[in-house]
Write a protein that binds this ligand. Structure first.
Ligand SMILES: Nc1ncnc2c1ncn2[C@@H]1O[C@H](COP(=O)(O)OP(=O)(O)O)[C@@H](O)[C@H]1O
Ligand SMILES: [Mg+2]
Length: 340
């Protein structure tokens, strides 16, 4: 298989005043030309560091990155810059230039690489058409919705015809409908322009909807890797099971005990709620299903948890009552009831 990027025994240690932080450890990956490759993991797993190492915004402290077979180490400033021109990048926070209108945001990377103004404007207009924003070229970033900003960021990222598009949590700030539109656009760009895509996310549904293969990263290491359908059908690692079974419908046999559907309305953040609930009932609480979104530290959405004892469930309910979180007891005889 023709790989466009290879990571060989790559590691990254940050030296901080509070000691060393190992963000990546012994990462080995081959990204095939033309594929959409997903990297998933919980917050702090090392995902952003990994993607920043791919374009050498962070320099690995061990091993190396190979782009089209060539190691980036010892390539020198000039070589790294030419590799970076082949890698577009988009982010959760869009990172548009607020002082420039949309057209000039897309022109920016073209200006940097020395394209004459008239040609840059022509190219930028084509790209804005491609992402469906031809009518907004004079608008400024602040006047656009999140989805529109991400479209501009995509147009800007592919302006110089990169071979690779790196997406770091590109849909994490967007609602589900806009997420789907942006993922569809990324998929189109992959198929129609032949751009290889690396998608970093903490959301399984992003992996499921566009990726061909996925690597699951936990505590700085790759826990497992493979074709998305294989990993979904049969996750091997604990983290894989957690990420996948946390998002799909549970099997009948594991759904015993008391099931509570907890609603998060944005007034609380779900980690403390969950850990206090576990503390108050004194036994593990199993998350069967979660459809929550973290917006600036507060949770929105709902979660279904399973508590194995009646007595413990009473305590958990008492705790939820005390903090004013809405919940309902649910019966799960069939997985279908989880979807509403
Ligand atoms: N510049 C940095 N200096 C020190 N530590 C860092 C730096 N960047 C990331 N880290 C640490 O590396 C680990 C991985 O972070 P990151 O790659 O941002 O994870 P993720 O994107 O999966 O949430 C975390 O422990 C984080 O605190
Ligand atoms: Mg990150």
């Amino acid at each position: 298989m023709d790989s466009i990027v290879s990571l060989k025994s790559m590691g990254k240690v940050f030296h901080t005043k509070n000691g060393d932080v190992k963000a990546l450890d012994d990462i080995n990956l081959d990204i095939n030309r033309g594929e959409i490759f997903g990297i998933i993991g919980l917050s702090g797993a090392g995902k952003s560091t990994l993607v920043r190492c791919i374009n050498y915004l962070e320099v690995p402290t061990e091993g190396d990155v190979y782009f089209e077979g060539k190691p980036l180490k010892n390539m020198g400033e000039y070589g790294i810059r030419s590799v970076r021109r082949n890698m577009g990048m988009i982010f959760q926070q869009f990172n548009l230039l607020s002082q420039r209108n949309i057209l000039n945001n897309v022109c920016f990377p073209l200006e940097i690489s020395g394209v004459p103004r008239a040609a840059a404007v022509k190219r930028a207009k084509e790209l804005l058409k491609l992402v469906g924003l031809s009518d907004r070229e004079k608008a400024y970033p602040a006047q656009l919705s999140g989805g529109q900003k991400q479209r501009v960021a995509i147009a800007r990222a592919i302006a110089t015809n990169p071979k690779l598009l790196l997406c770091d949590e590109a849909t994490s700030a967007l609602d589900p409908k806009t997420t789907k539109q942006i993922l569809d656009l990324i998929k189109d760009i992959n198929k129609n322009m032949g751009i290889t895509v690396i998608v970093i996310t903490h959301e399984m549904k992003v992996i499921e909807s566009i990726c061909d293969r996925v690597a699951i990263i936990e505590n700085s290491r790759i826990a497992e890797m493979g074709r998305v359908e294989d990993i979904f059908a049969n996750p091997q690692s604990e983290i894989g099971k957690k990420l996948i079974l946390g998002d799909v419908l549970p099997n009948k046999e594991i759904v015993s005990g008391v099931k509570l559907r907890i609603e998060f309305d944005g007034r609380s953040s779900f980690e403390p709620v969950l850990s206090n609930m576990i503390l108050s009932c004194g036994i593990p609480v199993n998350i069967l299903y979660a459809q929550t979104k973290d917006i600036g530290g507060s949770a929105v959405g709902h979660m279904i948890v399973q508590i194995s004892g009646e007595e413990e469930a009473v305590k958990a309910k008492r705790y939820l009552d005390s903090i004013g979180v809405v919940y309902h007891e649910v019966e799960l005889t069939e997985g279908k009831e989880l979807i509403d």
